[in-house]
Design a protein. Structure first.
Length: 473
């Protein structure tokens, strides 16, 4: 035994090995997304705010490599449960990994709304009570499907057992206090009794929930701590439950963002992923999606039907309706849209304008430069104060390789020009409308790359006259 004064060593084990049969999916359950990231990623984020990532263990099994890859960047540990024989079995396989700890907090990988506060509360209650097992419970209006908590009596925290829905009597099914699927265990107590679990139940699985009765029979202390915030414990076993969780998480995010000073009109239509950051005084119109790791500055306006993913938007940016941004960076006071498509690597400078039906990819557009209409700019470095005329195309691809177009400061590109890369237009130069530019244009020059215009006086009049006299007309 450790001396009581030493801080207890606490691990978190997240059960994430199940297949999620009820979702009818190729994707393992814990990788289904709510609020823009996998269920399991939400649980890991909460866990790592209570203990360091090095003390967090995800128990994986079904499609283990896929699950591991999806969340490996969090720095947590993994335990393989190659055959999934129930939640009790999941902890059996974790025995050696947890041997060095005094207590383990067990979380379900499919209940993403759990907060660090509730996990910490559960742990503190468990330590105060010096219990062998502490379970988290909540009162639900619709408890069907969850395990029910059978208390020793209504007034004490002592627990007799947990009964699963399938084994519950009609009287037990009326109990609204459910087992949330989150527990704290004393590690020595858990593993000295876990072998007593049996598979004598409708699923022929080892139920971790049966540890309540097992430990009781061994005269160990089993208690329950009930949270008032019952939404935190909701799991996702079906697609309908997933969509409900997603709705709740997104509405919570929208309210957080609004509380931080952002205006959202008609928030029920806006989709803002959990990790997005938005600064105050930005206005978001209906039907906007801001996804992934996007960051939006202050005093921006994002008009309807824009979809922004993994992008960085500075202060004072106006995004007109219907823009699509993916891994783009937008400088302060820039104006985009309507209907601009900014693909990965688009770096739009301060106060620059990108207008309707303009597509950009891997470009730098300098301060105050404008590409307002019907243009493709790919693999280009464009300086400041540049005017790109309507219908300009950078021909960046020769069928094998990509090449760069350089357009220096103050250049004027006339409408309907094609710039065949690699090519450079020097500072202050002009390119005449409808030019095909295949070689470099020196500084301050004018380049005209188009056929000479031919005018045939009276040609049209003569053609009409010839048509009238023709009998076959
Ligand atoms: C479980 C509880 C139930 C509780 C509910 C709360 C049991 C027997 N029942 O039921 O009392 O009310 O959670 O949401 O525990 N898993 C593994 N390995 C396995 C089986 C499951 O890692 O062999 C994982 C799953 O991936 C999942 C978690 O454990 O993340 C819970 O399993 P699940 O099958 O969803 O249990 P429930 O039926 O929801
Ligand atoms: Ca579940």
């Amino acid at each position: 035994m450790k001396t009581p004064s030493a801080a207890p060593r606490v691990a978190v084990a997240i059960m994430a090995a199940g297949k999620g049969t009820r979702l009818k999916s190729q994707l393992p359950k814990v990788l289904h997304e709510v609020g823009g990231k996998p269920l399991l990623a939400h649980v890991i984020a909460a866990a790592t705010r209570v203990v360091p990532a090095s003390d967090v263990f995800a128990i994986i099994g079904h499609e283990a490599e896929r699950v591991r890859t999806a969340v490996s960047a969090t720095g947590i540990n993994f335990i393989l449960q190659s055959e999934q024989r129930g939640t009790g079995h999941a902890l059996m396989v974790a025995k050696s990994a947890l041997a060095g700890y005094d207590h383990v907090i067990v979380l379900s990988g499919d209940a993403p709304q759990i907060t660090p506060q509730t996990i910490a509360h559960l742990l503190n209650f468990h330590l105060d009570q010096q219990a062998a097992m502490t379970l988290l419970s909540a009162d639900l209006d619709h408890p069907t499907g969850y395990g029910r908590v059978i208390r020793k009596n209504a007034r004490s925290a002592g627990v007799q057992a947990i009964v699963e829905e399938k084994s519950a009597s009609p009287a037990q099914k009326k109990i609204r206090e459910i087992n949330a699927g989150f527990y704290a265990f004393s590690v020595p107590q858990l593993f000295s009794h876990i072998e007593k679990l049996s598979t004598a139940n409708p699923h022929s699985e080892y139920y971790l929930t049966d540890m309540a009765a097992v430990l009781r029979q061994a005269r160990q202390k089993v208690v329950v701590w009930k949270t008032d915030n019952s939404v935190e414990v909701l799991g996702a076993n079906t697609r309908a439950e997933l969509s409900f969780l997603d709705y709740q998480i997104r509405m919570r995010k929208n309210h957080e963002v609004m509380a931080a000073g952002v205006t959202i009109f008609y928030p029920a239509t806006c989709v803002i992923d959990s990790d997005v950051e938005i600064a105050p005084d930005t206005i978001i119109e209906p039907f906007v999606q801001i996804l992934g790791l996007s960051r939006v500055g202050s005093a921006c306006r994002i008009r309807s039907y824009s979809v922004i993913r993994d992008s960085e938007i500075a202060d004072g940016v106006l995004i007109r309706p219907g823009c699509i941004l993916d891994q783009a960076r937008i400088g302060p006071n820039a104006i985009l849209g309507p209907y601009s498509h900014l693909r990965p690597g688009s770096d739009i400078g301060e106060a620059a304008h990108v207008g309707n039906f303009v597509e950009t990819k891997k470009i730098k557009l300098g301060k105050g430069s404008k590409a307002n209409h019907l243009t493709y700019l790919g693999d280009a470095e464009i300086g400041s104060g540049v005017n790109i005329g309507a219908g300009t195309i950078t021909c960046n691809y020769d069928g094998v390789n990509k090449h760069t177009t350089f357009i220096e400061d103050g250049v004027f590109i006339g409408s309907d020009s094609t710039l065949v890369a690699p090519v450079r237009v020097g500072k202050g130069a002009y390119v005449a409308a409808a030019s095909c530019i295949t070689s470099d244009v020196p500084e301050d020059a004018l380049a005209i790359g188009r056929a000479q215009q031919v005018v045939k006086e009276g040609w049209a009049r003569k053609k009409r006259a010839a048509g009238k006299s023709s009998p076959g007309h």
